[in-house]
Design a protein around this ligand. Structure first.
Ligand code: KIV
Length: 278
């Protein structure tokens, strides 16, 4: 039985912190769930860390569905959220419903995430009313990077701080089950968290949020292009992988791999007979 959006909301009421992490494929999703993550986001960050784009903007629905299916196959208990890509929920509510529906029907996700506050509240309301749970995402919204002028902390002026609070409240009123706060000063996140009854999940938003989300490739030190200030590397898999692959290269070149242990046997008489024929 999978964790539900109600379980996630209850975690806030019980004062339990919510660890959320991205995953993009079967093997990682399995490991992440086995390590105790209840909430997995198939983030459109996969565009950068899995597909090598320079931003999340080129990511398509088909790419997201492909990865979401793999994550769902790798999990049994975690609540899987599909991240709606740029321009798949902006042109009309009908378009947003169709695309969100694909995440649930084709992808097997249990919820979707979309970026924006009051601007997307009507869409969130309609999705929730047809049975699609929605997670909001405000603050630094990477799909608006061209408008925001870079990966900058948000909500630092009185107007911007008030806007974020109103956006968060609009998402709650629209029926979102939680809200991601990205790159928001921690005192503001703490205030927003206090004002909402649904959980806030922070990334670069301080310890006052009800939960935290990280990009798995940052957390494991896999993505080496840049490490955001808010990311904590719990290990450096890139170094471990390069060392292991380097050893493999050396052993293939020297003939040390494969050994008999990694090879399959056949009756020598059969080979001897074959040699006589050819
Ligand atoms: O795409 C993503 O990974 C995200 C998280 C950073 C919240 O949106």
């Amino acid at each position: 039985m999978r964790i539900t959006v109600n379980d996630i909301k209850e975690m806030k009421q019980k004062g339990q912190k919510i660890p959320m992490l991205t995953a993009y494929d079967y093997s990682f999703a399995k490991l992440v769930e086995e390590a105790g993550i209840p909430l997995i986001l198939v983030g459109d960050s996969l565009g950068m860390v899995m597909l090598g784009y320079t931003s999340t903007i080129p990511v398509t629905m088909d790419e997201m569905i492909h990865h979401t299916k793999a994550v769902v196959r790798g999990t049994q208990r975690a609540l899987v959220i599909g991240d709606m890509p740029f321009m798949t929920y902006h042109t009309s509510v009908a378009e947003a419903m169709r695309n969100a529906g694909r995440f649930i029907q084709e992808g097997g996700a249990q919820a979707v995430k979309l970026e924006g506050g009051e601007m997307v509240a009507e869409t969130v309301h309609r999705l929730v009313s047809v049975g699609i749970p929605v997670q909001g995402h405000i603050g630094l919204t990477p799909q608006s990077i061209n408008q925001l002028g870079g990966f900058k902390v948000q909500g630092k002026t009185p107007e911007a701080a008030l806007r974020l609070l109103k956006d968060a409240q609009a998402l709650e009123e629209a029926g979102a089950f939680s809200v991601v706060l990205e790159s928001v000063p921690y005192a503001l996140s703490a205030l927003i968290t206090k004002r909402l009854s649904i959980p806030t999940i922070g990334i670069g938003a301080g310890a006052g949020c009800n939960g935290q989300v990280q990009v798995v490739s940052d957390l494991l030190g896999l993505y080496t292009e840049f490490v955001p200030k808010h990311a904590k590397q719990y290990t450096k898999l890139s170094e471990i992988i390069k060392k292991a692959v380097g050893e493999y290269v050396g052993e293939v070149q020297s003939g040390a791999f494969p050994t008999e242990q990694h090879s399959y046997k056949i009756d020598p008489a059969l080979i001897a007979d074959l040699e006589k024929i050819v």
